[in-house]
Ligand binder design. Structure first.
Ligand code: PEP
Ligand code: MG
Length: 574
């Protein structure tokens, strides 16, 4: 059957490929069919994973610390019992044999079934035991995935696969990079969720907020994904397919043409020079930064070094990562943000999930609450500052006392490096992110305390409009053109320019062509965005005259009717 799905456009480009479904709970598991000859091997792989999980639990029991409570034994006994339950130990085996599917999928399906049984219990204690089932299955999955290196076979053989998931965490998505899915589709998520940001970083067409794609699509359905329009065409006929193949090659040609601007300075028609920097998540993103001609790194989201792992990176590992980027950029600015963990980027093993994680212990709040972690990162950052033009950026500041505490940490860490004779750049700049309305309103104080500022519009919009940026149910209300947002932006950019403190925008707004001229009109001279968006933005800068956009920008600022604002923006971009 041929039909169309509509979602939120996140990352442009056209992909044509086959749907590859991953399961619908927090445990994202791929599903694929095996050739008959590999079924026995798959069953053996499953048995080995069960065995190693059993050994792991037994070892935990044997080595339990003296001071551990007696419940620890009871808990391990329960997990061993669940592991031996036929839903977990026998049913998946049978399913692998019967359906010729991979072990992870079989295990996951059986787990869902078991969890459903637990959910039906009236007794609250028994209902809660479903958490134990999930934990046990997670252990077995880890054993399975660890053993196989786990790349879905079709992706390995270069067939275009399109990932279809109910939801994918940013941490999981970044791990998918080597799998090179040709597009990513999710039921949940908003355009500025970190999952969306990572998808953009992978330079892969992505549509989120599709609501029911995971249910409506079948494994191997042929899909056309138009990432710019947020449209999915399912099982298209050959005419539509031919039309989109043409559009795909046109898109690629345009992209290649824009890359020719790589070495050209981004200067407006009236001769004003604009800095176009790149956002990165990991050091290996540097290749793309260079390919797209960024004149610096405006945001290195260092927290991605901390995700997907049980042990946090120590000082030396962090230092190597920061130094590699600093050296790689050969003297160009490298703005490294201290880790912004919490909200939708949780550390492995984080126990307590706050009821409102975006308003909870996130970013600088978490750093100040975990001095050891923060000190370690600051030491690594300062050490790396000796090898390039490193600047330190602090996320989610909301008050002067947070700035003061942060600066005291920096002073103390510098002192400890001095005592050990370790070199660092004494004049390293410390900047702050403006992403909370309170910070925006206090810009005049922030400019006195900090060396530079970077506006995180993703969060600034989220917190100003009280819209969860990861929630597709309210995604239509997430509006960068809301007059309140525009006034805050004008206030921050104007305030920083007046004080002579450099200010950039590093949220997704910076890379959206629709807003380039508006931001220039508001006085912004430094943008930081996903590398792939850089050439297009440069072209827009090259065709903009600042005197020509001044009065329209003021009119937009004075308007309060959303329709009027959009109409004026259309004129600005004409
Ligand atoms: C922002 O909030 O705009 C930002 C750049 O930070 P992040 O997207 O990582 O929250
Ligand atoms: Mg932010």
């Amino acid at each position: 059957m041929n039909f169309t799905l509509h979602g939120i456009a996140v990352s442009s480009g056209i992909a044509i490929g086959h749907a590859h479904l991953v399961s619908h709970t927090s445990l994202e598991v791929v599903h694929y069919k095996l050739p008959k000859r590999l079924v026995d091997e798959e069953v053996a792989r499953f048995d080995a994973a069960l065995m190693s999980t059993r050994e792991e639990l037994a070892a935990l029991r044997a080595n339990r610390p003296q001071q551990a409570a007696a419940e620890f034994d009871a808990f391990l006994d329960l997990h061993l019992m669940i592991l031996d339950d036929e839903h977990i130990s026998r049913a998946p085996r049978e399913m692998i044999e019967r359906e010729q599917c991979n072990a992870e999928w079989a295990l996951k399906v059986q787990m869902d079934d078991l969890v459903m049984h637990f959910e039906a219990f009236e007794d609250a204690y028994l209902r809660e035991r479903k958490t134990d089932v999930v934990q046990v299955v997670e252990r077995v999955l880890k054993a399975l995935i660890g053993r196989s290196g786990h790349v879905p076979p079709a992706a390995r053989h270069g067939v275009n696969m399109i990932l279809v998931a109910h939801d994918v965490s940013p941490a999981d998505l970044i791990q998918l990079k080597p799998h090179q899915f040709s597009a990513i589709l999710t039921d949940l998520g908003g355009a500025t969720s970190h999952t969306a940001i990572v998808a953009r970083g992978l330079n892969t067409p992505c549509v989120v907020g599709l609501h029911h794609a995971r249910e409506l699509l079948r494994e191997n359905d042929l899909l056309i994904v138009d990432g710019a329009q947020g449209v999915i065409i399912v099982n298209p006929d050959r005419h539509i397919l031919a039309e989109y193949k043409l559009r795909q090659s046109q898109f690629e040609q345009d992209r290649q043409k824009l890359k020719l601007l790589r070495t050209m300075r981004a200067t407006t028609l009236d001769g004003t020079s604009i800095e176009l920097h790149a956002n990165i998540e990991l050091p290996h993103d540097l290749a793309e930064v260079k390919e797209n001609g960024a004149t610096g790194i405006g945001l290195f989201r260092s927290e991605f070094l901390f995700l997907n792992r049980d042990e946090l990176p120590d000082e030396d590992e962090q230092f190597e990562a920061y130094r590699a980027v600093a050296k790689g950029m050969k003297g160009l600015p490298v703005t490294i943000r201290t880790f912004d963990l919490g909200a939708d980027k949780q550390l492995n093993g984080t126990k307590r999930v706050a009821s409102n994680p975006a308003l909870g212990l996130r970013a600088i709040r978490l750093c100040l609450a975990e001095p050891k972690l923060f000190r370690t990162q600051l030491r690594a950052l300062l050490r790396a500052s000796h090898y390039g033009n490193v600047k330190i950026l602090v996320p989610m500041l909301s008050s002067v006392s947070e700035i003061n505490m942060t600066l005291q940490f920096v002073v103390a860490v510098k002192q400890s490096l001095d005592n050990e004779g370790i070199p660092y750049n004494r004049a390293v700049q410390i900047g702050g992110m403006i992403e909370i309305p309170a910070a925006a309103l206090m810009i005049n104080v922030f400019t006195k305390k900090l060396d530079f500022l970077s506006i995180g519009t993703n969060d600034l919009i989220q917190y100003t409009l009280a819209i969860d940026r990861t929630d597709e149910e309210v995604a239509h209300l997430y509006d960068p053109l809301h007059p309140a947002v525009l006034h805050l932006l004008a206030h921050v950019i104007g305030g920083a320019n007046k004080a002579g403190v450099p200010v950039s925008v590093c949220g997704e707004m910076a890379g959206e062509l629709a807003y380039t001229r508006l931001l220039l009109g508001l006085g912004l001279r430094q943008f930081s965005m996903n590398s792939a968006q850089l050439p297009g933005t440069k072209q827009r800068v090259l065709t903009t005259s600042l005197p020509d956009i001044a009065s329209l920008t003021q009119k937009i600022l004075r308007a309060d009717d959303p329709m009027k604002i959009r109409e004026l923006l259309g004129k600005l971009n004409a």
